[in-house]
Write a protein that binds this ligand. Structure first.
Ligand SMILES: Cc1cc2nc3c(=O)[nH]c(=O)nc-3n(C[C@H](O)[C@H](O)[C@H](O)COP(=O)(O)O)c2cc1C
Length: 147
């Protein structure tokens, strides 16, 4: 069975919600999914052995969080060249975080990123049926790419 790892940061739970919906989409495509908060990852060794990696972080102060930056340096130690990837995050008005993470995964880690780009959702949308569907569809598309 193919495996995907979702790692996320979330202060008030919106990006966490996105992570859970994306996991649902992946599971609908028969992918085994692990979901971890970035605070649970102490070593890159905990991230070894997955077919796809999907990282999420909300936007604060037009940036990703400090914890996410530290996490991305840790993830750099892992060889993810050619692995399938995606990035996501909740925001209210500018939403820089998910596209920045997506770029790092594409250009620094040299991953095979989803053609959909980053999934940035306004937090009001995250709580709606449309938001749940957008996240599930994102997970499904990545699930299809893994197979
Ligand atoms: C102090 C503060 C700064 C924020 N700065 C931004 C910002 O620069 N751009 C933006 O789009 N949203 C900004 N937001 C909104 C958050 O991104 C939004 O509430 C998001 O849904 C939080 O996600 P989380 O629940 O996963 O932490 C800010 C929120 C707070 C409290």
């Amino acid at each position: 069975m193919k495996k995907a790892l979702i790692c996320y940061a979330s202060r008030t739970g919106k990006t966490e919600k996105m992570a859970k919906y994306i996991a649902e989409g992946l599971r609908m495509k028969g992918i085994d999914v692990d979901i971890k908060k970035i605070s649970e990852i102490e070593s890159e060794k905990q991230m070894e052995g997955f077919d796809a990696y999907i990282f999420g972080c909300p936007t604060y102060h037009r940036d990703m969080t400090a914890g996410m930056k530290t996490f991305l340096f840790l993830a750099e130690k892992l060889n993810m060249v050619g692995k399938i990837g995606g990035a996501f995050g909740s925001y209210t008005h500018s939403g820089e975080s998910a596209p920045m993470i997506f770029d790092t995964m594409q250009f620094v880690y040299k991953m095979d990123m989803t053609d959909l780009g980053a999934l940035s959702l306004k937090e009001a949308v995250v709580d709606s049926g449309d938001g749940a569907k957008a996240c599930q569809d994102y997970g499904k598309a990545i699930g299809e790419k893994i197979q």
